[in-house]
Design a protein around this ligand. Structure first.
Ligand SMILES: Nc1ncnc2c1ncn2[C@@H]1O[C@H](COP(=O)(O)OP(=O)(O)OP(=O)(O)O)[C@@H](O)[C@H]1O
Ligand SMILES: [Mg+2]
Length: 247
């Protein structure tokens, strides 16, 4: 069953087509990697799926609802959550405070001055549960800025998961990580339940080939190929433009 579909999704910046007629079909439960050289349009594609960037033309369907042009909050409420290529944490706040804000934004108005006491307990419990899932409950009181880069990226995923999405979008989750942190991230994504669909942009081929059921290759905004890791490795166009140049 397909959970996310794009039809001829196009976004231009002046004369540049950041995504050019991209038609994708992501199956429920799959781990799908998007690869491609710098500037291929990977983040632009994710920004359109998350509602941060309006498509110029084409459509986006999530579970058969047309979500084209909806804003990020509505898309998030429908069940798509994401992380960004660069950090979005409140670095002076504690780990727990960061997660709690995300849980609150899903379960109530984070700016409301009063949260009923009974609900506070539930929010606290849910926040701790999420931190346990990423193995960071022990660091809950630490300010985020005291954590390692890899731990901070894990918290961002924890925050994305706090909204209980059905589709998780990750923009380069292992960028800038040490090999040990990358290995931990692979293990973490691999353990996520299959009720969650994961679409990730990733440069590290070890990560892609460890995790992805299918891979989509973008090149100059266009979809060059989609297939299993075996199909992508064997694809001559992909070898020429991407894998070839990386080795
Ligand atoms: N806001 C913008 N205004 C103008 N051009 C943009 C904008 N955002 C992206 N672009 C251009 O669109 C193209 C695709 O950029 P995008 O960031 O989507 O690529 P990417 O595949 O994510 O690259 P990277 O691997 O470096 O993250 C690039 O040529 C980029 O310069
Ligand atoms: Mg990018």
């Amino acid at each position: 069953m397909s959970i996310l579909r794009t039809v001829d999704l196009t976004r231009s910046f002046g004369s540049l087509l950041a995504t050019d007629s991209v038609s994708l079909d992501i199956q429920a439960g799959e781990r799908h990697a998007i690869i491609g050289p710098n500037g291929a349009g990977k983040s632009s594609l994710l920004h359109q799926l998350g509602g941060q960037l309006r498509p110029s033309s084409g459509r986006i369907y999530f579970k058969d609802s047309d979500i084209t042009g909806l804003g990020p909050e509505r898309i998030c409420r429908l069940g798509i959550s994401r992380t960004f290529q660069t950090s979005n944490l409140f670095s002076r706040l504690s780990v727990l405070e960061n997660v709690r804000l995300a849980v609150l934004s899903r379960r109530g108005n984070p700016l409301a001055p009063f949260v009923p006491l009974a609900r506070l307990g539930a929010i606290e419990a849910r926040s701790l549960e999420i931190l346990e899932m990423v193995g960071l409950a022990g660091r809950k009181a630490d300010p985020v800025r005291n954590l390692s880069y890899g731990e901070q990226r894990q918290i961002e995923i924890a925050i994305a998961l706090a909204t209980e999405p059905e589709l998780l979008l990750l923009d380069e989750p292992t960028a800038g990580m040490s090999p040990a942190e990358t290995a931990r991230m692979i293990e973490f994504v691999a353990r996520l339940p299959r009720t969650l669909t994961v679409l990730m942009i990733e440069h590290d081929m070890q990560v892609v080939f460890s995790l992805a059921d299918r891979i989509t290759v973008l090149h100059y905004g266009r979809l060059l190929a989609t297939g299993t890791p075996g199909e992508i490795t064997a694809n001559k166009d992909v070898q020429d433009i991407y894998l070839g140049s990386a080795h």
